[in-house]
Design a protein around this ligand. Structure first.
Ligand SMILES: NC(=O)NC(NC(N)=O)C(=O)[O-]
Ligand SMILES: [Zn+2]
Ligand SMILES: [Zn+2]
Length: 448
């Protein structure tokens, strides 16, 4: 009789194509066998009875800022990756900024890799940065395995990660196209945002609504239109991160329709929170681009349902509470949402339960599409030969998110207090159960 490391029995196996009941056998970190319609034969060191539960490919969060090395007082690879594990996420792509030094050359990438090797309990991958100073470093970064390159079209809020001027974007895109890599962009217009913010502040207008109005949807659209033109001129593949509105997505869709190689991400906060939350929760709900109004949220769900969005990622960009406190000036305080642990909860509660978004689509947006788009072989679905990266979910269980449930360095999030339906019961990374019944069960990592 065949023996395996782990067998998961009778779960509802969800892929981007279907939901079927079956058994999964795992050996040496890989899915060795998926048995549908007949019980899997063999025994295992451990068996999980998943009757009544759903098994999803572990989420691939393509957009987090874990801030290590150098800014671990904001977050870190240990605490950040624990939060991911608790949320059913098995792979993350760390952004090149907010860590110090930023990931803009090979030496800095090596530092980050070493930290992740030591501390992360889920699979790490890294974005490289594109900044005005590092065009000559892109090739080496690419050769050392970065997912692609990330640039800011408006100031990043971080002194050692400059935003790109138009010449840099153009030159960078030419080089990235030659390398066969891709460029991810934070697309907001510096001119529009800076001018409007200056006007507002000069008039003493500093409310949440003023802040939101200083970064309007048209500012995203302007930057997106520009990057599309540059993509057409250079042939560089582009990925627009954190689109906050379907109006932005529509501009990208039109480019896709005429053959431009472009994709788009949105984030759970644009699907679950509004300007009202920013007014009520203050800095915890501050991000750039900012939260929008209710009608925009509903429209963005339509874009999700229609397949106009390629990827949903958290843009987890945490900071200590002291940096998130806003008393009356919303232009002050860190822009970035702490939320990576809750992505699946939000998509299940607000998408599947509230708006009939099929589970298969949730899997496509959070695992299958990211794996395909960014070239992760053997990840993103549940099939024989694939990596055993899985999230086991109880769709019947509801819970209210509490601060103490969060594994982040700073136990705060705009999602605290929300009631979610659908709870992650266990998370499996490369065949190892790293999270189970509310506890981290991964083998101890250094400093853990
Ligand atoms: N420096 C940041 O982490 N910025 C992030 N901040 C947000 N989204 O508010 C981002 O992705 O732009
Ligand atoms: Zn951004
Ligand atoms: Zn970000």
């Amino acid at each position: 009789m065949t023996t395996y490391d782990l067998i998961i029995k009778n779960g509802n196996i969800v892929t981007a194509e279907s939901i079927v009941q079956g058994d999964i056998a795992i050996q040496n970190g890989k899915i060795q066998k998926v048995s549908i319609g007949q019980p899997l034969e063999g025994s295992a060191g451990r068996e999980i009875n998943a009757e009544g539960l759903h098994i999803l490919p572990g989420l691939i969060d393509t957009h987090v800022h874990f801030n290590e090395p150098g800014r671990t007082e904001w977050e870190g690879l240990e605490t950040g990756s624990r939060g991911l594990a608790a949320g059913g996420v098995t792979t993350f792509f760390d952004m090149p900024l907010n860590s110090t030094p930023p990931t803009i050359n090979k030496a800095n990438l090596d530092l980050k890799k070493a930290c992740a090797d030591e501390k992360s309990i889920v699979n790490p991958r890294f974005w490289g940065g594109l900044v005005p100073e590092n065009i000559n470093d892109l090739k080496e970064l690419h050769e050392n395995g970065v997912i692609g390159f990330k640039a800011f079209m408006s100031p990043s809020g971080i002194a050692d990660f400059n935003h790109v001027d138009d010449e840099t974007i153009f030159k960078g895109m030419k080089e990235i196209a030659t390398l066969g890599s891709l460029l991810a962009v934070h697309a907001e217009s510096t001119v529009i945002c800076d001018q409007l913010a200056a006007e507002k502040q000069a008039q003493g207008k500093t409310t949440a609504r003023d802040f939101v109005e200083s970064r309007p949807i048209i500012s995203e659209i302007e930057a997106v239109r520009r990057i599309i033109s540059y993509a057409e001129a250079t042939g560089c593949k582009v990925h627009v991160v954190h689109a906050s509105s379907r109006k932005v997505v529509e501009v990208i869709q039109a480019a896709k329709d005429r053959g431009v190689d472009i994709t788009v991400e949105t984030c759970p906060h644009y699907l679950a929170l509004t300007v009202k939350d920013l007014e009520e929760k203050g800095g915890l709900a501050k991000c750039c681009p900012p939260l929008r109004d209710e009608d925009e949220v509903e429209d963005l769900w339509v874009a999700v349902a229609n397949g106009e969005i390629n990827v949903i990622a958290s843009d987890h960009s945490p900071a200590p509470a002291s940096m998130k406190t806003i008393t009356d000036n919303y232009f002050e305080g860190w822009g970035g949402i702490s939320g990576a642990q809750s992505t699946l909860n939000i998509l299940l509660t607000e998408g599947y339960f509230k708006r009939n978004l099929p589970l298969e689509k949730i899997v496509a947006l959070t695992a299958t599409n990211p794996a395909k788009l960014f070239g992760l072989e053997n990840k993103g679905t549940i099939a024989e030969g694939y990596d055993a990266d899985l999230a086991i979910v109880n769709l019947e269980e509801s819970f209210e998110l509490k601060n103490e449930d969060l594994f982040y360095r700073h136990q705060h999030s705009p999602y605290v207090g929300m009631t979610f339906k659908g709870k992650v019961q266990s998370t499996i990374v490369n065949g190892e159960v790293v999270f189970e019944n509310g506890e981290i069960t991964a083998k101890q990592k250094a400093n853990a």
